[in-house]
Write a protein that binds this ligand. Structure first.
Ligand code: ZN
Length: 251
């Protein structure tokens, strides 16, 4: 495995793909842009394989963010927001087929419930329960924080923000017995005072935080708490997005 600079650009690339729901919406609902069909998802994974992208597990990713020389030249992290049960039922078999690890960002107040946080906007879907999360972890899906209440960080008072960071991490660590060191911001909202948010993330033991939108990250990253993430929908041209030609933002 070659390490170092990207062949075409002379730069190391770390692309983080942001998915939500894989498969079809519940009966009687129309699919929104946040649904990626099984066939399209499979084609995305094939694309990564064909184009020789290295799909990282979370530990390799975290080490690489701090020490980029340790990463392959074209690295990808697969992430899924909101913790839907379709992750276990639909996405996991595909990930296993390709041997790809991934990260699931779960809002902990909704474990075993549904996505009440976007009622009236998105179809209501089951969110994984603890059994689902344990099963996913056993098969290479690292379960990490997406906050607790799924509120926008811009709407949280400083004390509430710190409480969300701490509580979501503690809940997952107690329930799964594995470290929680990464978070994706609900709605991609990194807060009104980024410096204060970064400080709170550091105090509460996080090593990386993902926004939603933007292109591939060039290494070394400017700030591990402000990582850009490719917003992936059914119409995404993945190859163009990975080359930094598309920087769609949808939240
Ligand atoms: Zn979310």
């Amino acid at each position: 495995m070659a390490l170092g600079a990207d062949r075409q650009t002379g730069e190391q690339v770390l692309a983080i793909l942001g998915f939500h729901k894989i498969g079809e919406p519940p009966t009687g609902n129309r699919a929104t842009w946040f649904y990626v069909s099984e066939a399209t998802f499979g084609s995305f994974l094939s694309r990564l394989q064909d184009d020789a992208w290295h799909v990282l597990d979370l530990q390799t990713f975290l080490v690489g963010v701090a020490a980029p020389a340790r990463l392959p030249e074209r690295s990808v992290l697969l992430t899924f927001d909101d913790g839907y049960r379709s992750m276990r039922q639909i996405a996991l078999p595909w990930l296993l087929r390709f041997g790809y690890p991934s990260v699931l960002f779960v809002p902990t107040d909704f474990i075993g419930k549904c996505n009440e946080f976007d009622a009236g906007i998105e179809p209501q879907e089951a969110v994984c329960d603890w059994d689902d999360l344990r099963e996913l972890q056993r098969h290479g899906v690292s379960v990490q924080s997406h906050g607790a209440s799924h509120r926008r960080f811009s709407e949280l008072a400083p004390g509430e923000l710190e409480e969300e960071l701490h509580r979501s991490k503690a809940t997952l660590e107690a329930g799964l017995g594995t470290p929680v060191e990464a978070i994706s911001y609900p709605y991609g909202d990194g807060g009104v005072d980024p410096q204060a948010v970064d400080a709170a993330l550091e105090r509460t033991g996080y090593r990386a935080a993902c926004l939603y939108g933007g292109g591939p990250n060039r290494l070394p990253v400017a700030n591990p708490y402000r990582l850009a993430r490719l917003a992936i929908g059914p119409d995404t041209d993945l190859r163009a997005a990975l080359e930094g030609k598309i920087q769609r933002r949808t939240s």
